[in-house]
Design a protein around this ligand. Structure first.
Ligand code: ADP
Length: 194
């Protein structure tokens, strides 16, 4: 099972991906988290991505795709997983399909989390990560609108896209997602909460 959590920055992808991974006992792959760790460790990858991440710009596709390719080939990501923050551009979505196809699998479902923009900005300012200043948030939202939103059509055409209203408390949104996954992915292990 491969689940993609999709949406603008601040819609709660990371939180919901973690809850889903826990519930199903599967891996959680966050490209944003991988980059932040690399920056913190001062690795070569960290040095390569630092300026992009801090300025709210996308890391170049070839670099992101190479990182994801290596991860998807290794434990625990060779097995079922939730992807959060990837793919974020059309070339990334196409690369992901090719990578997974080579492994004899594919994306099962894409959950598009939808939250109004004022609420997004409010949440990100509360979170206060180094890239959560008002200016960088605006930049990330603009990048989302231009480069990431087109990925929605790509998955809609494949019949894999399902939107979930993310403007509610964490548990409620989690239940909504589990419900949609249960309805559309035959191999989903658990039923929805009563
Ligand atoms: P958010 O969804 O709140 O923007 P993320 O942790 O997903 O937070 O991403 C943080 C930053 O990491 C992005 O602004 C971008 O610079 C970089 N990044 C993460 N994933 C990708 C990706 N798939 N492609 C390009 N850049 C990425």
């Amino acid at each position: 099972m491969v689940i993609v959590l999709f949406g603008a920055p601040g819609v709660g992808k990371g939180t919901q991906a973690q809850l889903l991974a826990q519930r199903y006992g599967i891996a959680h792959l966050s490209t944003g988290e991988a980059f932040r760790q690399a920056i913190e460790q001062g690795s070569e990858l960290g040095a390569a991505v630092q300026q992009y991440v801090h300025n709210g710009l996308l890391v170049p596709d070839e670099l992101v795709t190479a990182v994801v390719e290596a991860l998807l080939a290794s434990e625990p990501y060779r097995r079922d997983c939730v992807l959060d923050g990837f793919p974020r551009t059309l070339p990334q979505a196409e690369a992901l399909d090719a990578l997974l196809a080579r492994q004899g699998r594919g994306v099962d479902i894409v959950i598009n989390l939808v939250v109004p923009e004022e609420e997004i900005v409010r949440r990100l300012l509360l979170r206060g990560r180094p890239d959560d200043t008002e200016q960088v948030i605006r930049q990330r939202l603009a990048v989302y609108a231009e480069q990431t939103r087109p990925v929605l059509d790509y998955y809609a055409r494949q019949g894999k896209l399902h939107s979930v209203d993310g403007n509610a408390d964490i548990e409620t949104v989690h239940r909504r997602i589990v419900h949609v996954v249960f309805q559309h992915v035959p191999t989903a292990p658990n039923g929805p909460d009563p």
